[in-house]
Design a protein around this ligand. Structure first.
Ligand code: SPV
Ligand code: MG
Length: 436
């Protein structure tokens, strides 16, 4: 019987280095490719450009590949224990740095099953991550961007969304990354086009006074310089007759989802809670809006998420649940439950009771007031998307005010520059292409 060889790969962008390792692996026996699933990748890197099925189609047609199996964890160990290969093959680039612990685990697992680790010299001059950043620089298409939110929801325990209100905040969300000791690259998954920050950055109140055309004009600045998905804050969605046009416009631009709230009349920001008049729509009225929106959309990828304002309006969790089930029945692709309570217990109760009856419909939460909970805790309650709804603007504004006050106080900008400003050199180099 032929020996069994295992090779784990993501195989998003094929290049000669990967073909080289496949050829080397096949020399030792029947080569099984452990193809990383979106779920395995999502906690460590950005999702690949191609879906699992697309990557599988490519890989299974490469000479020397006997079989393709899913690798559902970042660690190789579960699959090694399951398939018990005689050999695992890997590039020798994992001897140092963040992947070293993966290598140690693999040696230990192969020792247990009586197999061997083959390390081959890494192909110089070309890497998947190098190609991926070149790919990223090329940008995206509306369709690829739109689809990516659904992929992220199914791949990740919780999808992390940050508010963006201009091209610069878009860039921050696109590129800010931290590396954890567990070799995990943590970054934001996408952007929230907030009505509050879109209005505030124009010096206008958050009462649907800034019209759709104006907001989309500004959103285009973020779309120009990013590839990540966008969730659009659609306020009340306006009149049903208008909402159907909004859906198509957002879809055409490659926005992944619109969230509309079940309020009628003059919309006031939810965080006023019962200090403002918050009139909720009837269940029938809002279901009609959802249904009309779903009928209007062209693709299967776009999502209409129903936002429930019961807790904001001082009503009980029971009211929110009754609405949630009705909205899902009407076709909503997700539920956003909002509250301004500080303890978050109403949200937790809602999620747990909702999940008893509905295991799959994505739940979105905006923990502006109950910010003490970590993403892991929110995911535990059953939440799929967390939105940090206003943090880019709220962090920038106090810094700008301090800078302005400092100049007034000192009659010059030396102190302000030193304390509140980034160095000139940094701003000149911030945007690629500034210097020709
Ligand atoms: C927004 O960001 O505009 C929202 C969330 O709708 S909240 O401000 O909490 O209502
Ligand atoms: Mg809003």
């Amino acid at each position: 019987m032929n020996k069994k060889v295992y090779l784990g790969m993501i195989a998003d962008i094929m290049h000669p280095g990967l073909i080289n390792i496949i050829n080397e692996g096949a020399k030792h026996g029947d080569l099984t490719i452990g193809l990383f699933t979106d779920k395995a990748i999502a906690t460590h890197k950005r999702l690949p450009y191609l879906t699992y099925e697309q990557r599988k189609t490519v890989v299974e047609h490469i000479n020397g590949v006997a079989e393709v199996v899913p690798q559902d964890e970042w660690s190789y160990v579960p699959n090694l224990m399951k398939y018990r290969p005689d050999y695992i093959i890997h590039g020798d680039d994992w001897k140092e740095g963040a992947e070293k612990y993966l290598r140690d685990e693999v040696f230990e697992a192969m020792r247990k099953i009586g197999g061997e680790v083959i390390e081959i010299p890494y192909t110089q001059g070309i890497t998947s991550s190098g190609l991926a950043s070149e790919f990223e620089a090329l940008g995206t298409t509306p369709q690829a961007r739109m689809k990516s939110l659904r992929r992220l929801i199914s791949a990740k325990p919780i999808v992390r969304i940050m508010e963006s209100h201009c091209g610069l905040t878009g860039l921050i969300i696109e590129h800010t990354k931290i590396q954890t000791p567990q070799d995990e690259t943590r970054e934001f998954d996408g952007m929230w086009a907030s009505s509050l920050t879109d209005s505030t950055s124009k010096g206008k109140p958050d009462i649907e006074a800034v019209d759709l055309t104006t907001r989309l004009h500004d959103l285009n600045d973020s779309l120009e310089v990013t590839t990540k998905p966008v969730i659009y804050d659609g306020d009340t969605g306006g009149k049903v007759e208008h909402f159907v046009f909004t859906v198509r416009t957002l879809e055409r631009l490659g926005i992944s989802a619109v969230i509309i709230e079940d309020k009628v009349g003059l919309k006031q920001n939810s965080l006023f809670g019962t200090d403002a008049v918050q009139t909720q729509d009837t269940i029938e009225g809002f279901c009609h809006k959802i249904r009309s929106g779903k009928e209007a959309q062209v693709t299967n990828d776009f999502m209409i998420i129903a936002r429930i304002e019961s807790l904001i309006a001082g009503k009980p969790v029971d009211d929110a649940l009754e609405r949630a089930f009705a909205y899902v029945e009407a076709g909503a692709d997700g539920i956003m439950i909002h509250s301004k309570n500080k303890d978050g217990l109403d949200i937790k109760e809602f999620c747990q009771r909702f999940r008893q009856k509905d295991a799959h419909t994505p739940i979105v939460a905006v923990p502006t007031t109950y910010s003490q909970y970590t993403e892991e805790e929110l995911a535990e309650w059953g939440i799929n998307i967390v939105i940090y709804a206003n943090h880019m603007l709220r962090s920038a504004y106090p810094a700008m005010v301090k800078c302005a006050e400092s100049i007034l106080e000192h009659h010059r900008c030396q102190e302000a520059s030193a304390e509140y400003c980034m160095p000139i050199k940094e701003i000149l180099n911030l945007i690629p292409g500034t210097k020709k």
